[in-house]
Design a protein around this ligand. Structure first.
Ligand SMILES: C[S@@+](CC[C@H](N)C(=O)[O-])C[C@H]1O[C@@H](n2cnc3c(N)ncnc32)[C@H](O)[C@@H]1O
Length: 292
């Protein structure tokens, strides 16, 4: 039976019971009472639903304001000002740093930039236990901490002193500060003094607007340098490069990067999901790409 026929067959008996002629003749008041009851229950229900909707809306509004105030209160000392844009990252803070509530410090933008812990943990596992890793754009330490937990030693560089201060504090929270060398400076000016087995690059993607681009162009959209020059510089520091990029990056450009070396580097592209949502890509170049 299709839906239309089902509807018709259930509607018919109701009609007959209400307008049954004998019922009308013998007990009209009963019929009227039934009709009245039906109408009043309907309006009662309508009123209740309206009330319920209003209270639900009120609850939603108050709980959101409460959440915002809670967030601001809790963040004093961790993050100075919380804008609504950043609030959603704060709500997900445990996915960024599982030890967030144990004293992790972060500036507002740093929270938006940090690599989710699950992804950072996986990238560090791939790099292996015997490697020295340079995290050229360390931020507040999301990746550097995971490398320190799983690799031999880490050099964490960031141009912003506040970020390095936070990264150092956060490394202490994870008990790995002794395995990281923190450097404040411009990575491009430090390369002559840096050598390692692996260099990890998680440069800024140009702010939240990167999401609007259909295809992310590493030549024009990466900060602070174009992706090709950044990759060349990285190769002068380490034979293996790990790149953390937006999910919409042009795959053709990822191949072109491998061909910047002669012979071309082996590479592997990984899709990084968080709760079933494709968050980013990690591309491994060099021997590090040969993991099973
Ligand atoms: C995407 S964030 C890195 C986030 C980091 N992976 C984490 O999990 O916390 C990029 C960082 O690169 C830093 N940065 C930008 N230009 C730089 C440069 N020339 N040298 C070193 N760091 C730089 C920014 O200050 C920012 O903290």
């Amino acid at each position: 039976m299709n839906k239309v026929t089902q509807k018709l067959s259930t509607a018919a008996p109701m009609k007959t019971s209400i307008f049954f002629p004998s019922a009308c003749k013998t007990r009209p008041y009963r019929l009227l009472a039934a009709l009245y009851r039906a109408a009043s229950t309907k309006s009662k229900r309508k009123k209740q639903t309206k009330k319920w909707r209003i209270s639900k809306k009120k609850h939603k509004e108050t709980s959101l304001t409460r959440r915002r105030t809670d967030a601001k209160e809790l963040l004093s000392g961790m993050i100075e000002k919380v804008s609504p844009d950043i609030l959603k990252y704060w709500v997900r803070r445990a996915s960024l740093f599982s030890r967030f509530d144990y004293g992790v410090k972060c500036d507002e933008q740093g929270l938006f930039l940090v690599t989710p812990e699950e992804i950072a943990k996986h990238q560090a596992k791939i790099c292996g236990p015997d490697q020295i890793v340079i995290d050229a754009f360390a931020g507040v330490g999301g990746n550097a901490i995971q490398f320190a937990l799983r690799c031999k030693y880490v050099v964490a560089v960031d141009i912003k002193p506040t970020r390095i201060k936070c990264a150092r504090n956060n490394a202490k929270v994870y008990g790995v500060a002794h395995k990281i060398d923190f450097i404040v400076g411009d990575f491009f000016k430090l390369t002559s003094g840096l050598r390692a087995d692996i260099i990890f690059l998680s440069p800024p993607w140009g702010g939240p607007s990167y999401k609007a681009a259909k295809v992310f162009n590493i030549e024009t959209m990466l900060e602070p340098e174009n992706g090709f020059s950044l990759f060349r510089v990285a190769l002068s520091v380490a034979p293996n490069v790990v790149l953390y990029l937006p999910r919409t990056v042009d795959p053709e450009q990822l191949v072109q990067l491998a061909w910047l070396s002669s012979p071309p580097l082996a590479y592997k592209v990984e899709r990084n999901y968080i709760n079933g949502y494709l968050k980013a890509l990690t591309v491994y170049y060099g021997n590090v790409a040969n993991y099973k």
